[in-house]
Design a binder for this molecule. Structure first.
Ligand code: PLP
Length: 253
């Protein structure tokens, strides 16, 4: 493990700032964790203090008042609550069924893979064919099971509090960008607004990523076994399990 560096400032050299000069703009532990996550997702990763902070920063950096988000319905409740709050800033959202094509006219298409709790998978091909930019909240899939940027998404988003962190000891979010210009825009917005993850959380993420694959594969084995047993149980009407990952849900009659 690389050492945790909690410095808030670094000295200028010959009157010029180096790669690191003030923690709000960048810090070595964060850059290292972003490099590791970026490699897993095949894009440029940026860390945020929570998944919700990542969503907020991405929406405020990418959209202007009057623009519209098409949000996958049946997804994480906190995302729709957050978009409702952002309506006060003129950002509108409509909900749609992510197993089909997104509605025309949306500026940003917001998918969830798989959606929590209904566990549908988005039609990534239909979303990629839409003229709007595409975000995939890939928290539950993790890069072990899905790399959204390879399917035409512009952004993969994570609540790293969940599977990426996986140890019940860090609150963290991430946006992984397909395009370098988009990453630069978001990085500048992040530095100005101060929606920045701490070195401590970044260090804990680095620790967690080393065991990501073995953790989620074990969780998949357990969830698949539970899905099978519940599916055979007479008191259960329907089991939803996308075939990978640690989440499943069941209905009773
Ligand atoms: C938890 C979660 C979020 C929000 O992330 P926080 O780290 O709790 O802010 C967003 N999307 C999904 C799918 C989540 O499960």
């Amino acid at each position: 493990m690389q050492p945790l560096d909690r410095s808030t400032i670094w000295p200028y050299r010959d009157g010029e700032p180096g790669e690191f000069y003030y923690q709000r703009y960048a810090h070595p532990t964060g850059v290292e964790a972003e490099r590791a996550l970026g490699e897993l997702e095949g894009g440029e990763a940026l860390l945020f203090p929570s998944g919700s902070a990542a969503i907020t920063a991405l929406v405020l950096a990418e959209l202007a008042p009057g623009q519209t988000i098409a949000l996958a319905d049946g997804g994480y409740y906190g995302t729709s609550l957050l978009f409702r709050s952002l309506e006060g800033w003129g950002v509108r959202f409509v909900e749609f069924d992510q197993t089909g094509a997104p509605p025309a006219g949306a500026d940003l298409v917001w998918l969830e893979a798989p959606s929590n709790p209904f566990l549908t998978m988005p039609d990534l091909e239909a979303a990629a064919a839409h003229p709007g930019r595409v975000v995939v909240d890939s928290t539950a899939a993790t890069p072990v099971y899905l790399r959204p940027l390879e399917h035409g998404a512009d952004y993969a988003l994570h609540s790293a509090t969940k599977y990426l962190g996986g140890h019940h000891d860090l609150l963290l979010g991430a946006v992984v960008c397909r395009h370098a210009e988009a990453a630069a825009r978001l990085r500048e917005f992040r530095g100005r607004t101060g929606i920045v993850a701490t070195p401590d959380s970044a260090w804990l993420l680095l620790r967690s990523l080393k065991t990501l694959r073995s953790r989620v594969e074990r969780q998949t084995a357990t969830a698949a076994e539970l899905a099978e047993r519940l599916g055979a149980h007479p008191a259960i009407q329907k089991v939803r399990y996308p075939g990978f990952g640690g989440m499943l849900s069941a209905s009773i009659p």
